[in-house]
Structure formats: C-alpha cells, structure tokens
Design a protein around this ligand. Structure first.
Ligand code: PA5
Length: 430
C-alpha cells in the first residue's frame, strides 16, 4: 500500500485542533459509508471498487488489444475528468510500457485552432515507410455537450470518415452517459461503439471506469492490476481508514489555521500528470462557497528555480504535498572525470535516483523550516498496483475532506459561469 505521511504537517497544528478535525473526518467518513452526506447519488466510484465488474474489464481489455494491433495513434478527446486520469496513469507508468505504439495524443481539452491544426497535420503525415498512419479516436464526454470536446470531435470525426470511408466506425469509440446529450445522438446516427459512464460517477472520479481504463489499456498498461490495486485500497481503508482520516483531518485543521494553498509536487516528472489529476480532483471538489485550499501543480526540482523562492519565503499560507518514488528504475550513475573541471567527482558512483532523492529530502527539510507543512505520499514502487491504490486513496480523501468543509464534493456549479458568458459571446441560440 502507498503510504501517506502526515506527522510533520501535523506538527504545525495548534494544540487540540487535530483532535477536533479527526472527529469531523470520522463523521465524514461515516456519512460517506452510510450515504448520508451531500451528493449521495454520486457515490458510484465506491461501488465500482466494492463490486468489480470483471466482464467490463475483459471487454475493455480485448478491445484495447485489437486497437493496439493496428493503431499507430490513439487520440483521447476529452477535457477535465474525461482525460486527466488516463493521462496521469499513462505518464506515470510509461514509456517503458509503451513500446512506441500506439502513440497516445490528446484533443478536445482546449479550443486552440493552432493545436488542432498541428494535430491534423501530424496524423495526416505518412509513416517513414510511406504508408498512412492508422488513427483511432476515443471521444469521452459524460454530458456529451462539452464544447471543447464536441468541437474537436466534429473536426477529427470528419478526418476519420474521410480517411477510412466505410470503415470509419471501426476507428471511433465513444464513452458517454447511457442516455441524453448530443454525443448519444451522433453515436446512434453513425453506429459508433459506445462505453457507458454510469450516471452516479462524476468525471473527476471516473478514471477507474471506461473513461480512464480504455485509453490506459490501449497504452499497454495492465488495467486489471491497476483496478485491483484500487480494490485492495478500498478493502483496506474501509476497515482501517486511519491513513485517510489522518490526511483529511490534518489538511482540514491546517485549512482552519489559515493555510490556503496546497502545492502538489514531485521530483519525478513521470508523476507530474498524477499531480495534475489530483489538482483537478481536489480543486473542482472543494472550491465552493468561498472555501478550499487552492491546488497548485509544480514539478521539482525544475520549479524550485521558478517559484521555489515563493514557497520557501513568500506569504506563509502554503502546504506542500510531495509524491515520492522509493525504487529506482534507471541505472544511470555519475562517472568520474580525470580533470573534474565541473567539480562533480564527489558524486562519483552515485545514481541519479539517489541524488534526486537527496534533493527531495533537502527541499522538504528547508521548506518545513521555512514554515510549509509537508505531506509525503510514498510509492515504494511506481507500478499499476500502487497507482491504482493512490487513485482510490485520493478519491476517498477528497470526499472525506470536502465533507469536513461541509460542501458537496461531487458537483461543480461554478464551472457553468464561464460557459454562460462564452455562449453569450458566441451567440449560442437559447
Ligand atoms: O470532473 C468533472 O465532472 C468535469 O471536470 C468534467 O469531467 C469535465 O467538465 C468534462 O465534462 P464532460 O465529460 O461532460 O464533457
């Protein structure tokens, strides 16, 4: 099981505040278990791991295997919870699991014409042997109406139909709700293959459904091990929730003490997108009614040279959450040089993993001394099982923490406001 260390962050708490926060976290967890908290109709993400659907895993796996046989490029077309989870897992576990084929690309997560044109140019360019690239498209939208995704899908769908004619439907896979939404109309009209995201699971809690699992499986990652990692975490945390309660309670107590920013960071670039998934999961779940810790994604040591000064020495309202991998997967070591002009011979024989680990430990120590409470999330090994565990841990921790705030973790009413203004400016018919 991954480990989440909370004791150093806890040392920043005022006398008595942890006890109160822990009580609140215990009540929140009970509400989640009894389905008596806010948004009980959105708890399907717990049901999926409580009762694994092996037939669905098999269906996803066998489709992914056949796509992998012929695809050069697999485009994931979606935004927010519809793509961040799969991207997080694929980047955490690739590229050693991705022997270059298929290449996973993303669309529908922005409305940049430049981006989309470049994507079209890239997929249209033949392979080195002169043959055309085989492109598959997975459009993912629970509502089936999100404009970023819908616009990109319109353009990419046309490209696929032009490129593959009668066989175009074999290249398009859709993931959406059982009923409703424009996407369902398009699916019916064209006969595209469809996976269903159940109504009781929100986008940012959907990585362990076909939303995340199909792209992850196409990337060559073992989705059973990933999924059952989450199942194992569920089973453990239902009986012994101490780790999740301690994390949620400490975070909640720090929030009560005036901390307002949570920096998610790792010294492992492969985990940056996992931090991005956490950022969306927590940001969209807790930022309500003037409350919440603002989640910020940073990548160390890169960003120590951009905002490290601010973290060390700026306004003291920052918490830091480090994602750490204990086991090295690379063998690169520092070799001695006869002249030692760069003065690095003192590191001779040491691995990059070892050096990077010291950079993490030193940074955590310095930031802690500078007044930044640190949480440390430890993956003994970064593999499908531990990533599955971490996914469930953070889904649960987010729900418990947001219940502590007294909010509904599963809605996102604030996201509608920008859409209203954008549609008004675009002249969308009402
Ligand atoms: O977490 C969420 O619910 C959101 O981030 C959605 O995933 C995002 O807005 C995309 O919505 P949809 O899947 O309906 O296109």
């Amino acid at each position: 099981m991954i480990r989440v260390e909370t004791s150093t962050a806890g040392s920043f708490l005022k006398e008595g505040s942890y006890g109160q926060a822990l009580k609140k976290a215990e009540e929140s967890f009970k509400q989640l278990q009894d389905k008596t908290g806010k948004g009980p109709e959105w708890l399907g993400w717990r049901d999926t791991v409580a009762q694994p659907d092996d037939a669905l895993l098999e269906e996803i796996d066998s489709l992914a295997a056949s796509v992998r046989q012929s695809a050069d490029i697999f485009i994931v077309c979606g935004i927010g919870g519809s793509y961040l989870g799969s991207k997080a897992v694929i980047e955490a576990l690739g590229p050693e699991l991705l022997p270059g084929k298929p290449e996973i690309l993303y669309a529908g997560h922005n409305m940049s014409g430049r981006y989309l044109e470049e994507l079209l140019t890239y997929i249209s360019r033949p392979k080195e042997d002169g043959t055309p690239k085989q492109v598959y498209l997975n459009v993912i939208s629970k509502s089936g109406t999100t404009i970023e995704t819908a616009l990109a899908f319109r353009v990419l769908r046309k490209w696929i139909h032009t490129a593959y004619g009668d066989r175009a439907t074999e290249h398009i896979i859709c993931t959406t709700s059982a009923e409703g939404g424009a996407l369902n109309k398009i699916i019916r009209a064209n006969g595209y293959r469809k996976f269903v995201l159940p109504d009781n699971i929100g986008g940012r809690f959907s990585v362990l459904t076909p939303v995340g699992l199909l792209p992850i499986a196409v990337a060559g990652i073992d989705i059973r091990t990933l999924f059952y990692g989450a199942v194992a975490a569920y089973q453990l945390l239902e009986k012994s929730p101490e780790m999740v309660l301690s994390y949620a309670a400490t975070r909640f107590a720090l929030y009560g003490q005036g901390y307002r920013i949570d920096v998610f960071t790792s010294f492992e670039p492969h985990l940056k997108s996992f931090g991005g998934w956490m950022q969306q999961l927590m940001g969209e779940s807790e930022g309500k009614n003037g409350k919440g810790l603002f989640p910020v994604l940073l990548g160390y040591s890169t960003d120590l040279h951009s905002v490290g000064q601010m973290v060390q020495d700026g306004h003291r309202n920052i918490i830091e959450t480090f994602l750490v991998v204990n086991t090295a997967v690379q063998k690169l070591r520092i070799e001695a040089e006869a002249d030692d002009h760069d003065g690095l011979n003192y590191l001779q024989g040491r691995s990059f993993h070892d050096i990077n680990t010291k950079a993490f430990e030193g940074t955590r120590e310095a930031h802690t001394r500078g007044g930044v409470p640190p949480f440390t999330v430890v993956f003994d090994e970064l593999n499908a099982q531990s990533v599955g565990q971490a996914i469930y841990f953070f889904e649960l921790a987010t729900a418990v923490y947001v219940y502590c705030l007294g909010e509904n973790p599963f809605d996102q009413p604030g996201v509608e406001d920008y859409k209203k203004e954008m549609y008004r400016l675009l002249g969308k018919p009402v």
